[in-house]
Design a binder for this molecule. Sequence first.
Ligand code: SF4
Length: 348
Amino acid sequence: MTTVRQEPSWRPALFGEPSGEGRVRCTLCPFRCDLAEGRTGACQVRRNHEGALETATFTAAAVHLDAVERKPFYHVRPGSRILTIASPGCTFRCDYCINHRLSQYGRADGSPWRGDPADPAALVARAAEEGAALGLSYAEPGLAPELTLALAEQAAPLGVPIVWKSNGFLTRRAIRLVAPALLAVNIDIKAADDTAHLGLTGAPLGPVLEAVELFREAGVWVEVSTPLIPGVSDDPAQLAVIARRLAAVDPGLPWHLLRFTPDFRMASAAPTPPARLRAGRDLGKEAGLHYVYVERALGEDGRTTTCPVCAKALVRRGLWSTLTNEVVSGECPGCAHPVPGCWGTDVD
Ligand code: SF4
């Protein structure tokens, strides 16, 4: 029987800079915590130990085989699987987090430490055996750049891609360092302005928007998710702002509207009404986005990739699977319009 450690295992971290008198500044995320000896950052998983930055995120707290559609990625190797790893911790404190027992370690009651030190070679070998990509998700992968780079080193020779489901709250420096290790990232944009984003997450929105652009500039495939929380983040005016912002970046950027599932501090709230999700999808299309998806609530119609030129149904999906994929060499077979995404092993 395997015993899961009850205490974090710490190891040297990237992004620590001496800031005088034994203090260390962490430059991984925009909080840029300036840590006195023995202090832990806002994320609770990086600390100053004897004048050096350490991390607890070289950890595998959960290892699951998932469908790529669950992350969600709809333009990344449809029908493939992802071996998903979670390392505890998050820079956000979202009241609705469905993974709060992992993400809110050290920040909320009922979120004790879980996880053993990760073994990158074994994780990559398992992903390769399964023909799967590797994903870091469930908590915040941006807090685990050391693990991501170690996985990439093992994964590159075997052609195993690595993907993140991230809150995008990282410094430019961190994004530049980790981007070459990633095939794709799905970034949450949870609100349209700083006030709403701060209220929902405890962090400003600006760095997240910038992360979408920086990852794209670095050649990483980006999809965006927005949870529609009734009365909090499902306001059509706010959704229209997000949609216009994304369309200005690229009309081909896939936008996933996520149905809110009551959980954590919002366990007694109601799920998102399907009409709100439909309205959000319509707003996205009106803003010029070609690919707007709703995983649950609108049926197959919400999950189908349709050619924006000839309206041919290109990828049809079940709830968490691909049913048919007619994209050929990154193009619509009906009119040869390019369909952006990673349809093979590379970004097309
Ligand atoms: S990653 Fe953690 S320790 Fe580093 S700046 Fe962000 S919250 Fe602070």
